[in-house]
Write a protein that binds this ligand. Sequence first.
Ligand SMILES: [Zn+2]
Length: 125
Amino acid sequence: MKCEFVKNNGKRCGNYHLKNESYCYWHSKRIPEADKLQARQRGGKDKIIKVNGSYKLSKLETISEAMKLNATLINNVLSDSLDLRCGVGLSSMLNLQLKLIESGEFEKRLSEIEKDLKTKSEQLQ
Ligand SMILES: [Zn+2]
């Protein structure tokens, strides 16, 4: 949701509101002006976004574990309890994890087939 602040020109502020607030960081009355000034002076030098929530950590070794995390991320972004940018970052890591899981499973199956072929070729000799 967008910030409810209306500027002097009559247009609404285009920033997203803070969690559980109607205003963005810059228009929030809860954040002291000194903090905002300090943030302006840092000017994007620290754009670190931390995941705002606690997640049950798993080894993420199976597709089903990855699916569970993906569903959690989607639900948290949609319910506004996780910043979209965090969700995007995590989804990219999750995508890589899924590829690694698939590669690992493929490698395991291939090695089983090779073992089976070797056994059968030994039986023929
Ligand atoms: Zn605003």
